[in-house]
Design a protein around this ligand. Sequence first.
Ligand SMILES: [Zn+2]
Ligand SMILES: [Zn+2]
Length: 342
Amino acid sequence: MPPNSSSAAVNATNLKDNEITPIEIPSKNKLRWYEPETKILWVNVIFIVTLHVISLYYFITFPYTEHKFLLVWTWITAYIHGFGIVAGAHRLWAHRSYKAKLPLRIILALCFFSTGQNSIFNWVRDHRVHHKYTDTEADPHNSHRGFWFSHVGWLMIKKKDEVRQRGRGIDMTDILEDPVVQFFDRYFSIINPILSFVVPVFIPVYFLNQSLKWTIVTQIFMRYPWLLNITWSVNSFAHLFGYHAYDKSIRPTQNIFVSFVTGGEGWHNYHHVFPWDYKANEFKSFWFNPTSLWLDVFHKLGLVYDLRRATPDHIEKLAKRKGDGTRHSQQEFSQKAVDCSY
Ligand SMILES: [Zn+2]
Ligand SMILES: [Zn+2]
């Protein structure tokens, strides 16, 4: 996060909130979302477009009333896999906002590798670059390029030299030294497809006598693209729509919709200001941040420790100085909207 134009490495474990102002790397060319600045990755384009066309067809035509169990199974797997992204890749590995004992790190890696996304190393590096150079030319999904670029377009073109160069300057020592990450990343090409597509199909078909065809449809053409879009929504919706309660000088926003669908990742203005806060949100809220509740449960079980949290005084001062004045209305919303605040 430091406002540092050098390529000096950032130690993510020592980030301070006064280091969060992103550096300014002015855009050389004002490009629109459909004007690729670098080489188009046609394999990615064809894969993503085909996946979404098939997915859209099944979301419309799926016989929802006949396969209720599969829908429940799809929701359960999406929730567990999503937890691997939010609590694992994001809050644990990318931001070190808490520490986790070995059994939980293994569980989180299993969940994350069930999403069919990236290796932990690549995911974390891209995310740290995003935080350090937010919405500049060095941000892989710079939201100045528009909604579609920040949502999915950035995956369809080669990364810009600026992004790659700055990525190489990110300190990834902690990730390289984590034996769980080492193991899972080393066998990424084997573990990833097995956990993402074979296991979630095999369990209901083999043990619960579910239809092979409809299980494949729900897992590969519904759950998988759904989770991809939810992940991408943080980079698009939560950088373009919402309030700036903690810092109005940056683009990340407080977005309730994203918070709901991601399990707590839409409090993105707060998160960019306090990236090391394990709750990624100031206020208590079950429906809009269940990930934090689970981390508290794991803390009670002794699997999670050294949870990092911004102090109310600190937050108050910063929000008063830099926020857009919507913090208190969000506090009221959090208290009213959720009966089961914890
Ligand atoms: Zn962001
Ligand atoms: Zn983050």
